[in-house]
Design a protein around this ligand. Structure first.
Ligand code: DAH
Length: 368
């Protein structure tokens, strides 16, 4: 029997070095060295040979097995190494690239404006008062001189709850921040039996069943209330002027007070602020035109009495306005609904940096 070991060996070795993946290589190992493998079969033939033949064939077959084993081991290491290299190349991080900016939140313009308002009024000695958003109709209407039959109630598009409270009052989502006037007066009377003086603002959410481009069912108002002795319209006008100059950061703010009607004030005024047209847009300041910004007036005697104070002793003024509208005017936004869409692109354009805390000396509103 003459077997051309050299030729078999050559072929095996070239197949090994041509293997491009570990699976192929393992297949070759099994077919050469496995139990049924061709080299294993050759080894088995040694037993049937004569001693002389074995002397000649033995070393050749063993040499063949050794070189094949060596080639398999070498090729396996090479393939594993290449796989590792490939993985490392794919996972490379370029440390010279700038690190991606981590997402940063920003302050919603409504929150920013409420903070600005609190700052401005704090400088004038106003505290912040709060009240519940789920109100009863006594605080929201009756105590504000809007008894049950009052036509102004119908104008408020109120969201009512189906059940009444323990005192049999109708429950509703407050339609304005004015009920906080009543709560603040009752609180101050409770704290000091003589009652006032009182200087508060009440920013917060209010609700009306109304929705279009300029109305959303939830919006924000800020209420102001001053109760003291000898308070008159002059105090009201000065306060509003000082507030609007600080808020819009302009000295040329001009106010116009127009007689109006609110059940909770007497007399009542609507306050317009003058504007100028700059590049086709209204800019607050000057007096080319007028737009309404506030409702206000001297607090009605009945409201002072509902707050537990003697209207012969105490007078006051009150005002109320929309925070959303103030924000739109100051920062030039034109669609109210965008305030409540929760679109981060809008927020990253109009939002404020968390570190941009408003102060009167440092300026109140630098957009982020
Ligand atoms: N509460 C009124 C509203 O929501 C706004 C208002 C007007 C508040 C006059 C006042 C005020 O305090 O004096 O329409």
């Amino acid at each position: 029997m003459t077997v051309d070991h050299a030729a078999n060996g050559q072929e095996a070795l070239s197949r090994i070095s041509a293997a491009t993946d570990l699976d192929t290589l393992e297949g070759l190992r099994v077919s050469l060295l496995g139990k049924q493998g061709s080299i294993s079969a050759l080894l088995k033939t040694l037993g049937a040979m004569s001693p002389d033949e074995r002397k000649v064939e033995g070393p050749k077959i063993h040499a063949l097995r050794e070189s094949v084993t060596e080639a398999l081991t070498g090729r396996k290491a090479a393939l594993e190494n290449a796989a590792l290299e490939e993985q490392l190349a794919a996972q490379t991080i370029d440390l010279t690239l700038p690190a991606p900016e981590s997402p940063r939140g920003s302050i919603h313009p409504i929150s920013q404006v409420m903070d600005e308002l609190a700052e401005i009024f704090a400088d004038m000695g106003f505290a912040v008062a709060t009240g519940p958003e789920i109100e009863d109709d006594w605080h929201n209407f009756t105590a504000l001189n809007m008894p049950e039959s009052h036509p102004a109630r119908a104008m408020h598009d109120t969201f009512y709850f189906p059940d009444r409270d323990a005192e049999n009052r109708e429950m509703l989502l407050r339609t304005h921040t004015s009920p906080v006037q009543i709560r603040a007066m009752i609180d101050v009377v409770q704290e000091s039996p003589g009652g006032a003086p009182l200087r508060v603002i009440a920013p917060g959410r209010v609700y009306r069943s109304d929705s279009d481009a300029t109305h959303t069912p939830m919006f924000h108002q800020i209420e102001g209330l001053v109760i003291d002795k000898g308070i008159h319209l002059g105090h009201l006008k000065w306060t509003l002027e000082t507030f609007l100059k600080a808020f819009f950061e302009r000295e040329d703010i001009v106010l116009r007070l127009r007689p109006s009607y609110f059940p909770f004030t007497e007399p009542s005024v609507e306050v317009d602020v003058g504007y100028t047209i700059v590049n086709g847009k209204r800019v607050v300041g000057g007096s080319e035109g007028w737009m309404e910004v506030l409702g206000s007036g001297m607090v009605n005697r009945k409201v002072i009495a509902a707050g537990g104070l003697d209207p012969d002793e105490w007078q006051g003024f009150a005002f109320g306005t929309g925070v959303d509208r103030l924000a739109m005017l100051k920062y030039g936004m034109d669609d109210l609904r965008a305030f409540f869409d929760g679109d981060v692109r809008w927020l990253s354009h109009y939002g404020f940096s968390a570190l941009d805390v408003p102060t009167l000396s440092g300026g109140v509103g630098t957009a982020a």
